[in-house]
Design a protein around this ligand. Structure first.
Ligand code: T6T
Length: 326
């Protein structure tokens, strides 16, 4: 409910209180603006919609066709222009460039919750950006460490490895590479990270980049794909080169594609995030804030499911594979 209508509501509320009528439950409208159309955010949307149904709330969803501030910002501005959005659940496509547009949204009366990616350094209590209510997402640095240890195990602790990622300045994939490099640098002296390429969240570009690296580094032992399209591209390039099962691949994000490549032996480890939890909790946080709660944590780290060939058929693990509606 927006500022103007809030004044009307307050007037109605005082009238009801005086009349002894029940207090009307404020109906809030939530905007949902993820990063791009992909299985990760589609599962997040399932969580958003489930919570909205459970809480009887309205959600306005807009999903960018491609990743980037130049796509996400106009959609954000259109949401602000609607004048009826009370809370916005957003995955900022750049941790710095999305600050100003979201400050404008805040000034218009919309409260912000970030999911998956964050603004600034993600510390909304003491960091450079403190206006969002909370940052709800994976501990991506730890996710990068888990991926590195998994790849190191798959290649026997030595050899050359490569990272294929999406965009610089995206908090999530940036942290994954940091965690990955931290472990390789400090725990596996026999492993060399030959480099990182940025595919701008385009799978075909990831295929081309990984193929070029396989040519440039003939003894490449492993590849880390830091997200859905990076991992899909890396795995495809390895198979195209006839190196499935020879060059190991670790895939961040548990898409059906990654699971198929796990079963084929191309992928040795899949890291599932919990996007459903992110979406569901973000809606809960909006409803709680609207109801006067002021003690919400400014950071919520959702967990992982680490999937390999030995546990992929365990229902307690398989439940975290990204099942998206056709
Ligand atoms: O890996 C996820 C998400 O966590 C990241 O911020 C961007 O890429 C994905 O959406 C997968 O495509």
């Amino acid at each position: 409910m927006r500022k103007t209508s809030k004044l009307l509501a307050l007037g109605a509320l005082s009238a009801m209180l005086m009349s002894g009528a029940a207090i009307a439950q404020d109906k809030i409208t939530i905007g949902f603006l993820p990063g791009v159309v992909d299985p990760f955010y589609q599962v997040m949307e399932l969580g958003v919609m489930a919570a909205a149904k459970d809480l009887g709330l309205e959600v306005v969803t807009q999903i960018p066709a491609t990743w980037g501030v130049e796509v996400q910002t106009p959609i954000l501005d259109a949401m602000v222009a609607r004048g009826d959005i009370d809370f916005l659940i957003i995955a900022p496509t750049d941790k710095d460039q999305m600050i100003a547009p979201l400050e404008l949204a805040l000034e218009s009366g919309i409260q912000i919750i970030t999911v998956d990616t964050f603004l600034g350094d993600g510390d909304y209590l003491n960091g450079p950006v403190t206006f969002p209510i909370s940052a709800i997402g994976s501990d991506n640095t730890e996710g990068g460490r888990i991926s590195a240890r998994g790849l190191a195990k798959a290649i026997g602790g030595e050899g050359s490895v490569y990272i294929n990622s999406t965009n610089p300045n995206v908090s999530s994939v940036e942290a994954r590479a940091i965690g990955f490099n931290d472990v390789m640098d400090n725990e596996f002296p026999g492993i060399t990270v030959v480099g990182i390429d940025f595919n701008l969240d385009d799978m075909n570009t990831a295929v081309q980049q990984t193929s070029a690296t396989l040519e440039r580094v003939p003894d490449l032992a492993g590849v880390f794909g830091t997200n859905v399209f990076s991992a899909q591209g890396a795995g495809t390039a390895v198979v195209n080169a006839g190196l499935g099962g020879v060059v190991q691949v670790v895939a961040y994000d548990a898409t059906q594609f990654a699971i198929e490549q796990l079963r084929e032996g191309t992928v040795s480890l899949v890291l599932a995030q919990k996007p459903y939890d992110m979406g569901y909790m973000a809606v809960q946080f909006a409803a709680a804030t609207a109801s006067g709660v002021t003690s919400l944590p400014t950071k919520v780290e959702t967990g992982f499911a680490i999937i390999d060939i030995d546990n992929v058929d365990d229902p307690e693990v398989a439940r975290f594979i990204y099942q998206v509606p056709n």
